[in-house]
Design a protein around this ligand. Sequence first.
Ligand SMILES: [Cu+2]
Length: 156
Amino acid sequence: MKYLYLLLIAFAMNVNATETHELKIVKQVYDINAKSPDLMYQFVPDYLEINTGDSVKFLGTVGRHTVHSVRDMIPEGVKKIAIMPRQPNVVVFDKPGVYGINCKLHQRHGMVSVIVVGGDLHNMEQARVGVKWVSPYSRGKMNKLLDIAQNKFGDK
Ligand SMILES: [Cu+2]
């Protein structure tokens, strides 16, 4: 029995060691034919769930989009995300929690997104407070994205 237990631990450690971190792609879209401004400028997808340690590559930052974490909408101790156009655009998310992201130039048109890392909502309350830092136009969308996370991961 003890042997089996050790075997299981060894197996679990091995699985852990070979776990690969994924690279997800988020596009920044500018669609001039969109029916309304809130569809014209978008992160696609604008809601993303990733595992702790995964990376996100933001495409389109060579244009006129930025990728910035919203004040109060990242876990405590995490360095803020600030990708200006033409800068390296891969972000490693190694701290679990809720992240609110916006494009500085187009967040007034609803260009905001939410990334949930590790299914962890420990900073959800703070993130809700941080919604005030995006434009009035984007607040409804940001709250809807947070709702998706809350509905999915509840009070974990
Ligand atoms: Cu933009």
